[in-house]
Design a protein around this ligand. Structure first.
Ligand code: SF4
Ligand code: SF4
Length: 132
């Protein structure tokens, strides 16, 4: 059943990529605003469980992401971007997602956001608070 859902998502993804003319090797990326918020709504919808969790930030494994775009609208604080739509100044998060996804544990179930998540939403350049 789960496999069938994954295959269906992958097929939909392929159709979408053809329609949009996008590079099939694209991935989605978690950006700066997730730091110190970590709502985790995103992990519930990922059909391939490619989110990885650190102390105060989540990342997406670029080699596992099938670019289905399901997670992007689920993030309540707009912290997820397609790789080619990452905001200026956050380009380093593409490499950061790859690096940390290799060492952090997988997360596939939603949990409570971090304390003070609302307070930190929208604070710029939270990269300095990233805990590894
Ligand atoms: S939903 Fe958004 S803020 Fe929450 S963990 Fe996912 S990317 Fe981070
Ligand atoms: S786009 Fe988001 S939901 Fe889809 S596979 Fe990638 S990380 Fe998972």
């Amino acid at each position: 059943m789960t496999l069938s859902i994954v295959f269906n998502c992958y097929n939909l993804h392929q159709i979408k990529m053809i329609q949009l003319g996008r590079d099939d090797s694209m991935t989605f990326v978690v950006g700066d605003n997730c730091i110190k918020c970590k709502h985790t709504d995103c992990v519930e919808v990922c059909p391939v469980d490619c989110f990885y969790e650190g102390p105060n930030f989540l990342v997406i494994h670029p080699d596992e992401c099938i670019d289905c775009a399901l997670c992007e609208p689920e993030c309540p604080i707009d912290a997820i971007f397609a790789e080619d739509e990452i905001p200026p100044g956050q380009e380093n998060f593409i490499e950061l997602n790859q690096e940390l996804a290799e060492i952090w544990p997988n997360i596939s179930e939603q949990k409570e956001p971090l304390e003070d998540a609302d307070k930190w939403n929208g604070v710029p350049e939270k990269i300095k608070f990233l805990e590894r």
